[in-house]
Unconditional design. Sequence first.
Length: 128
Amino acid sequence: MSENHTIGNIMGITMDKLKEMVDVNTIVGDPIQLQDGTAIIPISKVSFGFASGGSDLPAKTQKDLFGGGSGAGVSIQPLAFLVVYKGEAKLMQMSVNASTPNALVNLIPDVVDKISGMINKDKKENEE
């Protein structure tokens, strides 16, 4: 059998092509810098799958006959944006993927900040 057509080589080529299409920059995107100093970093989910197969075919001559093939699919789905502003980072989830528990957990820091601000404001007013 010819070395150029083995299942291992077909799978290797398929995996190499997948690596070319998907890298870490696909999952965590390049930061987008705004004029006010805010950095927005896109976060995505990448799913992929591949299949490969082949068989030696019977032949009446001494030639080795091999048939094989492979295929792959890639799905890229945006999930969220990491927003960094003045030293604070917040994860802003896409509404399609934000489940109710996740949305509530993401709101906790904002609620704590607002309550702390109200308490500090009341303390300052009482001191005056």
